[in-house]
Design a protein around this ligand. Structure first.
Ligand code: SF4
Length: 175
């Protein structure tokens, strides 16, 4: 575990902590937000609901892992909402997350990588054609029904880092 926390910090994550698998509690209310399709990915991306599995299936899948790491990227804005920092922080988080996923999957090919937002490896998901990169594709924590604020709190990681900040959170389960 220490190895992956160290690796995540080396990659550049602001926070990297051991994730207690018991704190992963899929909630139907979170899944309902996906069903409302506000991000327009519902039914259009292989890693998003309904294709990532029912809430029960997601819970069962996560419960099979013994270890996890929770990682976070925090951006500091010049004003309350600064679009360019939000976009840049998300981009940085995604890049670092994919790098860490690649490293963990090299050691644990069955690792489950849950990002901040659905899979965006391709500019447009291949759905309904087969996934182009099944070995790289990642669902989101929300897609698996996780309430990210609660997962952060239960693992002693702040979800909110104060005024003029933006945070992106992801996790990787392995072994
Ligand atoms: S890798 Fe591409 S095709 Fe596969 S789920 Fe992700 S975006 Fe869709």
């Amino acid at each position: 575990m220490e190895r992956w926390i160290k690796k995540a910090k080396e990659i550049g994550f602001y926070e990297a902590v051991r994730l207690d698998i018991a704190t992963l509690k899929p909630m139907k209310e979170v899944r309902e937000m996906c069903n409302a399709d506000k991000c327009r990915a519902y039914g259009k991306n292989w890693t998003c609901p309904p294709y990532c599995g029912s809430i029960e299936e997601c819970g069962e899948k996560m419960s099979k892992y013994q270890n996890g790491i929770l990682v976070q990227t925090v951006g500091k804005m010049q004003k309350a909402i600064e679009y360019k920092t939000i976009v840049a922080t998300e981009k940085k988080h995604l890049e670092m997350f994919h790098r860490l996923c690649e490293e963990v999957r090299r050691a644990y090919p069955d690792a489950l990588c849950l990002g901040a937002g659905g899979c965006r490896i391709c500019a447009k998901c291949a759905y309904p054609e087969p996934c182009r990169f099944p070995e790289k594709a990642c669902s989101s924590m929300e897609g698996y029904g996780l309430f990210v604020t609660q997962v952060c709190k239960d693992n002693q990681v702040p979800y909110y880092h104060g005024e003029k900040t933006i945070a992106y959170t992801s996790c990787i389960l392995f072994a």
